[in-house]
Design a protein around this ligand. Structure first.
Ligand code: GLU
Length: 420
């Protein structure tokens, strides 16, 4: 997202969140100094042959935040609003996300400034391969392992894996990238993992807050890989989905939307707009509807100082990365609204990416049941550790608590390597 205000720059936001947690934990200043910038940021230009015969150059980035706990890990975003600061911030959030769920990774993230909705399939393939070729010397199963993010998918991962392998003399190394199609070494359960992990954390929060899921309501912003699966999984638990949005607009039905019908409708028409009897509302109104759970599953900076006072949800589950600004966080905390932070709520995606990488390295593949059970155990454990810190300290929100869980491991690793 293009920050319009200095305080909405995601890079400054993650630095502020990190600083707050380091200070709260009484850690040495050197922890902040070591982690406040990514270790390496690569900037590339990708000339692409367009269908009309012209050549167009796209800009791309790859940020590797820290290798202290292992290779760096994180998705690649294709979006017109990608900036270098956004990619750096997203790579840092990946470090803290991997830390909360105890994965042996640091954070990475990539981005290409483009509008994939305006590219033909051939142009998209050439751009994906061009980007993978440009970063091929900097990634690898023991270095930095990309994955899908906003507007990238399994097919794009397949092209990138192929390009990496070609660039390395024709090796067959599926573990260089995750989120691949099953036949090329993908993992069962990876496509729904972000949503499934998010729903596990929502279920655990509901237990702590005495919310009955079969009487609860949810509002979901974004109907992509995360949002659409969150809607379906919540509906399966009996939650009534009263409003959803996508990049084109938002719809509302206080009696609850028919989620299966909506999924089919979106697949046919490309949007949620115009579905059944639902009324059209604005994106702004969606965020302030009364509900038990609000799930931002789109982009950064959606809940800000401008609308946080009007949010009427009891719980916000951040399926997106960075949807809430620090100023909004303070307002929400004062109002008693519980925020399940992105680095915990959406960690299910990278957890199953980790399982995919392990399966690739061992060339031994797991059943869907095995993936599901392991993901559940790992998410519930991370949630409980985070919730316990919040209970113990009383004055920290779940975001700071999650940073604290993460920073404990990272600080120990930094110390043992002699970096702080
Ligand atoms: N892009 C996802 C995220 O932000 C997944 C990253 C991964 O699987 O490596 O968490």
């Amino acid at each position: 997202m293009n920050p319009t205000r200095e305080q909405d720059n995601p890079f400054l936001i993650v630095q502020e969140q990190l600083y707050d947690a380091v200070t709260r934990m009484g850690l040495p200043e050197s922890v902040y100094e070591t982690l406040k910038h990514p270790q390496r940021v690569l900037s590339v230009s990708i000339p692409v042959h367009m269908d009309d015969g012209s050549v167009k150059t796209f800009l791309g980035y790859r940020s590797q935040h820290t290798d202290v706990l292992g290779p760096t890990k994180g998705g690649i975003r294709f979006h017109p609003d990608v900036t270098i600061d956004e990619v750096k911030a997203l790579s840092m959030w990946m470090t803290f996300k991997c830390g909360v769920v105890s994965l042996p990774y640091g954070g990475g993230k990539g981005g290409v400034v483009c509008d994939p909705k305006r590219l033909s399939p051939g142009e998209l393939e050439r751009l994906s391969r061009g980007y993978a070729k440009a970063i091929a010397g900097f990634i690898g199963p023991d270095r930095d392992i990309p994955a899908p993010d906003v507007y990238t998918n399994a097919q794009i991962m397949a092209w990138m894996m192929d390009e990496y392998n070609n660039a390395h003399g024709g090796v067959n190394q599926p573990g260089v990238i995750t989120g691949k199609p099953l036949v090329l070494g993908g993992s069962l359960g990876r496509d729904t993992a972000t949503a499934q992990g998010c729903v596990f954390t929502m279920r655990e929060t509901a237990v702590q807050m005495d919310i009955s899921l079969d009487k609860a309501t949810a509002v979901i912003q974004g109907f992509g890989n995360a949002g659409s699966h969150v809607a379906r999984l919540l509906a399966e638990l009996g939650v009534s989905i009263v409003a959803v949005s996508d990049s084109r607009g938002a719809i509302h039905d206080s009696n609850g939307l028919d989620v299966d019908g909506l999924l089919e409708y979106k697949a046919d028409t490309g949007s949620v707009l115009g579905f059944g009897e639902a009324e059209e509302i604005t994106q702004g109104d969606l965020l302030t509807l009364p509900c038990d759970f609000l799930v931002p599953a789109a982009l950064e900076n959606q809940i800000t100082e401008d609308n946080a006072a009007a949010v009427k949800a009891r719980v916000i589950a951040e399926a997106a990365n960075g949807p809430t600004t620090p100023k909004a966080d303070k307002i929400l905390a004062e109002r008693g609204i519980v925020v399940i932070p992105d680095i915990l709520a959406n960690a299910g995606g990278v957890v199953v990416s980790y399982y995919e990488w392990v399966q690739n390295l061992s060339r031994f593949y797991w059943s869907a049941e095995e993936v599901h059970a392991k993901l559940e155990a790992q998410m519930v454990e991370a949630f409980q550790k985070t919730w316990a810190i919040r209970e113990r300290h009383g004055d920290v929100n779940l975001r700071t608590a999650a940073y604290m869980v993460s920073l404990e491991r990272i600080t120990e690793a930094l110390r043992l390597r002699g970096r702080i």
